[in-house]
Design a protein around this ligand. Structure first.
Ligand code: NI
Length: 165
């Protein structure tokens, strides 16, 4: 099932997600629907917060073919190294791209869709994507990393656009 993606400046995007207590059938269904929604968008990452489901769960696929699904439940960053700057976008902030600085390499611990704990080391694109999606779980959008002036301009534009719809 394709889920509705919340759009900035929707306040529900500011919700801090709770930990997933158990990877049960409800969570598995949510993972499936989130992959479907992400691929349909199309996007390379989606956090549960963006579909108004406030538990710590993200899905990612940065491959060109869309055949490398990665699901992270209750992700935690264990280590961060280096710095990388990349022009990011977000399904919740359509048609807006800005350069953001993040850690280049990260080590993350999480559970998969079977509830098994695993660790993953990521760099560059995958690292950026995981950090971006994990921010969503804490109610943070990539645009929050921009200057106050840029944020003000963007908000004005987004509010105007939402009134047109
Ligand atoms: Ni995003």
């Amino acid at each position: 099932m394709i889920l509705e993606i919340l759009k900035y400046p929707d306040k529900r995007l500011r919700t801090i997600a709770s930990p997933v207590q158990e990877v049960n059938s409800e969570i598995k269904k949510q993972v499936k629907d989130m992959f479907e929604t992400m691929y349909a968008a199309p996007g390379i990452g989606l956090a549960a917060t963006q579909v108004n489901f406030h538990q710590r769960l993200i899905v990612i696929d940065i491959s060109d073919e869309g055949n490398e699904p990665l699901c992270l439940i209750n992700p935690e960053i264990m280590q961060k190294n280096g710095e990388i700057e990349y022009e990011e976008g977000c399904l919740s902030v359509p048609n807006y791209y800005e350069s953001i600085k993040r850690a280049n390499e990260i080590k993350v611990s999480a559970q998969n869709e079977l509830g098994q704990t695993f660790e993953i080391e990521a760099k560059e694109m995958l690292s950026i994507c995981i950090q971006h999606e994990m921010d969503h779980l804490n109610g943070i959008l990539f645009v929050d990393h921009l200057s106050k002036l840029k944020q003000k301009r963007l908000k004005k534009k987004a509010v105007k656009q939402s009134k047109k719809l």
